[in-house]
Design a protein around this ligand. Sequence first.
Ligand code: NAP
Length: 251
Amino acid sequence: MAQSRVAIVTGAARGIGAAVAKRLAEDGYAVGVLDLTEDHCKDTVAAIQQAGGTALAVGADVSNADQVTAAVSKVAEELGPPAVLVNNAGILRDNLLFKMSEDDWDLVLNVHLRGAFLMSREVQKYQTEAGWGRIVNLSSTSALGNRGQANYSAAKAGMQGFTKTLAIELGKFGITVNAIAPGFIETDMTAATAERVGVDFEQFKQGAAAAIPVQRVGQPEDIAAMASFFAREESGFVSGQVIYVAGGPQD
Ligand code: NAP
């Protein structure tokens, strides 16, 4: 195992990020739980601590370079040098192209892509020095195209190219970089989508499940299990991959 046992998970206040943070804590990592404010992180941190793990709340907007630098330094000082980074923070600003504002385009691209870029650039300093690291990026099945999500699908397709390029650049330092592309996962994000299209969330989930080969929607823990695999020592020969965790094959 790596000398360092510290992980940072962005967007870890709730949903997939919270599940990933809890899973990595169960796996033995001290976890920097990063979200927009420290206060947002408190439930995830408390859950990890109650289960006997170590966690630190870190407030930062991942699209802000100064805040990212300060956040990663804080984790390094208080927990130790970060070895694992999960770029999970994300937002939706869905709209059809002709109604999409420049702000909605910029915001989504900034949080997902600029955020992953800034976080990875900062964390790799510690990983390259240690000669070991794991970066896991959250893509999406929307990378393959999804009506009303020109901004989000561009960001999530961008995450795949970003993942492969970092895998090429960082491999010689013992760092693997992979992406998880979830399908429908039951979180506040999919609940917000149901609300936007005016469908009751239970009905929305049933409709989605019927179209998924395993006949259910995903849970945040399904994604946490994949992140746990990518964070392990034994996954060290898997890099630059995009794994669809979607209950069935994707095109
Ligand atoms: P979620 O429940 O909406 O949680 C997203 C988290 O990211 C929130 O805690 C949010 O903070 C945080 N966040 C947003 N902007 C941030 C920023 N600038 N800096 C730091 N943190 C920020 O979403 P989720 O469903 O768990 O999704 C997690 C990731 O998986 C996202 O990248 C998403 O695109 C991807 N994904 C989700 C699904 C799905 O079906 N749910 C499918 C494919 C991919 P606040 O709580 O403070 O707002």
